[in-house]
Design a protein around this ligand. Structure first.
Ligand SMILES: [Zn+2]
Length: 336
């Protein structure tokens, strides 16, 4: 199937995240051509974002010399509960006007193609399954630690979505019932996201700064970001290191709960905050080694995504190449 120059040898892949929009032309062999990363206009109206997507995909085709009839399809991973057909039913990280929007109907007139849409947790799980750290594994979970936290679950070689369609909401596991902050996503107290997603890391940094009056974080550029906190931690700042130790501890609680329920062979961790690597993952592994049950669960490997921040993009392409429709039945996949 990896022959060159066949009509269906490439997919247009889009990853519309809460923070970044990525796009590339991806070949069956796994080459990403024309890759671009731009800030997501997260508060922009859907029609405006659709216009940007069309413009981006057209530019990709021009740049790589691909004609429309040489594209196997368009795959879109997005930070929204979206059906395989492109209808958005809920979103925490894009503008509220997205709810009810049919993105395929906004894109297809300008760019006719086979379209595939998925939430940005099953999509990157598929990326890792076909192109990354999940190759050869029939049972694993991909966990993104980013603006939010969520899991894509591969079970018996297929994406597991559950009966209502949205399995994997590990970011809303309550890890501290009397937690001090409301979750930006669901509004509850003590969700994992309030400790280890972007809002959690920023809040932990505020706490650490009051505990460490001489921390370099006080002098760091504003607005503070997980990346800046990571850089301070790498430079040895004790407060910044404490932020990742605490976020990693809570991430470990969430992963332990997930491992005990799913019994996966492996956990693949991706997303922007996971770029902190072992600073975040080692405290998480320590919790799993100590707390997961039965004992076999304590040995579940926690590894970084092989595709870095491109798992979702590769997953978007994998949906196209393997004809995978993640949430195909609109009537039964209403996130409300
Ligand atoms: Zn929540």
């Amino acid at each position: 199937v990896n022959g060159s120059g066949t009509a269906a040898n490439a997919a247009l892949a889009v990853d519309l995240g809460g923070t970044m929009l990525k796009a590339a032309l991806i070949t069956r062999a796994g080459e990403a051509r024309g890759l671009r990363r731009v800030a997501t206009p997260a508060r922009a109206a859907p029609r405006e974002v659709a216009g940007l997507l069309i413009e981006t995909m057209r530019a990709l085709m021009d740049e790589t010399g691909q004609r429309e009839d040489e594209i196997a399809g368009v795959g879109v991973s997005m930070a929204a509960f979206v059906t395989a057909e492109g209808r958005v039913t809920a979103t925490a990280h894009l503008a509220p006007e997205w709810v009810g929007v049919d993105l395929r109907e906004l894109l297809r007139p300008a760019l006719p193609a086979n379209y595939y849409f998925a939430l940005d947790t099953p999509a990157p799980a598929l990326g890792e399954a076909y192109f990354g750290a999940g190759r050869g594994l029939d049972d694993f979970a991909y966990v993104t630690v980013s603006t939010g936290i969520g899991a894509g679950i591969v079970s018996q070689g297929k994406v597991f979505i559950g009966g209502l369609g949205w399995a994997g909401g590990v970011g809303h596991l309550i890890v501290e019932p009397n937690g001090p902050r409301r979750c930006d996503g669901c509004g509850n107290l003590g969700c994992l996201e309030t400790y280890a997603a972007r809002q959690g890391v920023l809040a932990l940094a505020q706490e650490a700064m009051s505990e460490f009056p001489h921390s370099a974080l006080h002098e760091t550029a504003r607005p503070l970001s997980p990346r800046l906190i990571f850089e301070a931690a790498q430079a040895g700042d004790a407060a910044a290191r404490q932020v990742f130790a605490r976020a990693g501890y809570y991430l470990g609680l969430g992963l332990t709960n997930m491992i005990n329920v799913l019994s996966p062979r492996c956990i693949v961790v991706g997303g922007g905050i996971a770029q902190a690597g072992d600073l975040l993952l080692e405290p998480a592994r320590a919790v799993i080694r100590q707390s997961a049950y039965p004992p076999a669960h304590r040995q579940v490997p926690v590894v970084p995504a092989a595709l870095g921040d491109l798992s979702g993009l590769y997953g978007a392409a994998a949906m196209v190449f393997h004809d995978i429709r993640v949430n195909p039945v609109e009537a039964e996949t209403n996130a409300d």
